[in-house]
Design a protein around this ligand. Sequence first.
Ligand SMILES: [Zn+2]
Length: 59
Amino acid sequence: MGFFTDIWYVWVCVGLLIIIGIVSSIYAASKERQCPFCLEIIPKAAIVCKHCKRDVPKM
Ligand SMILES: [Zn+2]
């Protein structure tokens, strides 16, 4: 393994970590939404807001 091969390997690892971070944040965002009343973040499947206890329209 030469010097440039090692650098390439490091950059591939860094790139994979960045891609995993972006994908996981998009995945987490797709499972959450904002309560229309108190504007707190609640699960997308929620029918009652856990923060203000109000009924929220099911998506
Ligand atoms: Zn709420």
